[in-house]
Ligand binder design. Structure first.
Ligand code: HEM
Length: 402
């Protein structure tokens, strides 16, 4: 019947041998799947859901996160935090700017220097617990010890207001939330619910990130005696009198320690989430692609920190890459984005750096440790919960204090 219709129209196609038809089909199928694989794995831009494209191009990170673009966070994605009232969870770029301004002073370099005694108090506590474990020849769960340290340090600043439950803020310590309370934000921005969300996100954002970076840095140092030796030498040369704590101001001047901290930040990849942004008002352009207004555009820090053309042997912990040639170091720093960039970058960066210098400096100056039953895979990301987590059966970083 079909043949008749075709015959009537006079368009009878030439009869192809069945083998050729099958062969053509296979070639087309292979080409199509190659194209899909290319789009998924090799193209720098991939559509990962109906509303989101993901870009893996180190050069584009600064552009997407530039201070001049007013991009929103992607509401659907950041819904995981259930904290749209916090600075971290705020979607609208305009509202975020107002909320962030009220917090920024608290986390400035100068204010963080006033917080040093609080941090030192918790470094001293960590040291005393390590000494106890040494005395009792007990294994130290350092991953959890670092979590406790990071949270205790924050407790003195961000979270103490939570216990006042908004009843009276007058008696609260000068905390980051007190800063918001005293700011000229409108009353609607000073609700108990918003204070709670701000305290909650600050506590989470400042605990897992800092402790994960400390765990990775400690693990890699303990895996390589030559690196420990270099670090210890620098710390011993800096100060022989141990009756006083090592000061952040002095630690910052140590080049090898600085390189260790920077490399720890790079390799620990402590924010694993893909950080999507949305331009509500205008289309965005990426190379030849026009991305319609309202589309979420995401990029992952990990893609950049593990890009072999920037950081050679990217999976190796090499503090040395940050030492030496100033021009080379500057070129790398452009892609060192552990704290992200632009208007939504990490507001707690100064606090985190102070904590990390003080912990790594003090611990490696005062203690000899060795790894206990810990492999790299115990720390390496197996789950992306915005922050990276290792395998479910991992016991984290464990050490013996010698
Ligand atoms: C090694 C430690 C840390 C790393 C690697 C880190 C990294 C980051 C990154 C990549 C972002 C951007 C997230 C996004 O775009 O959604 C961010 C945001 C943020 N971080 Fe951190 N962070 C660290 C420590 C801290 C600490 C100690 C605090 C708390 C005091 C903190 C509080 C925040 C907050 C509140 C935001 C949201 C900022 C905003 O949107 O205005 N972080 N952090």
């Amino acid at each position: 019947m079909a043949g008749e219709v075709i015959a009537m129209t006079g368009c009878l196609p030439p009869r192809l041998p069945p083998g050729l038809v099958a062969g053509t089909f296979v070639v087309v199928a292979v080409l199509a799947s190659t194209l899909i694989v290319y789009r998924l794995y090799l193209s720098p831009i991939v559509r990962i859901s109906p509303n989101e494209v993901h870009i893996n191009d180190p050069e584009y990170f600064a552009e997407l996160n530039s201070n001049t673009l007013k991009l929103d966070k992607y509401a659907w994605y950041y819904g995981f935090a259930a904290a749209a009232g916090s600075g971290f969870g705020t979607v609208s770029s305009d509202l975020h700017r107002i909320r962030r301004n009220a917090l920024a002073k608290y986390f400035s370099t100068s204010n963080v220097s006033h917080l040093e005694p609080f941090i030192q108090k918790w470094v001293a506590k960590l040291c005393s617990r390590l000494k106890e474990h040494r005395q009792d020849a007990k294994v130290v769960d350092l991953s959890n010890a670092y979590r406790c340290f990071a949270q205790d340090s924050l407790k003195d600043s961000a979270a103490s207001i939570v216990s006042s439950k908004g009843r009276t803020l007058e008696n609260a310590k000068p905390t980051v939330l007190q800063e918001i309370y005293d700011s000229d934000l409108p009353a609607s921005e000073k609700s108990v619910s918003r204070f709670f969300q701000e305290a909650q996100t600050l506590t989470i954002a400042g605990t897992e990130t800092t402790s994960n970076t400390l765990s990775f840095t400690t693990f890699y140092l303990l895996s390589d005696p030559t690196k420990i030796e270099l670090l210890k030498r620098e710390l011993i040369d800096m100060k022989r009198d141990l009756s006083q704590p090592l000061a952040y101001f002095d630690l910052q001047k140590l080049p090898y320690l600085a390189a260790v901290i920077t490399e720890g930040l790079r390799i620990s990849d402590s924010v694993a989430g893909r950080l999507p942004r949305v331009n509500r008002n205008a289309a965005m352009r990426y190379k030849s692609f026009e991305i319609p207004a309202g589309t979420a555009i995401s990029m992952s820090i990990r893609d950049i920190h593990f890009n072999e053309s920037i950081f050679s042997s990217a999976h190796e912990f090499q503090p040395e890459r940050w030492l030496g040639d100033a021009a080379k170091k500057q070129a790398l720093e452009k892609f060192m984005i552990a704290f992200s960039r632009g208007p939504r970058n990490c507001i707690g960066m100064n606090l985190a750096l102070a904590e990390m210098y003080l912990v790594i400096g003090t611990l490696f100056r005062n203690f000899d440790m060795r790894l206990f039953d810990t492999k790299e895979e115990d720390l390496t990301i197996a789950h992306d919960f915005f922050m990276p987590f290792g395998p479910s059966d991992s016991k984290g970083l464990r050490v013996k204090v010698l």
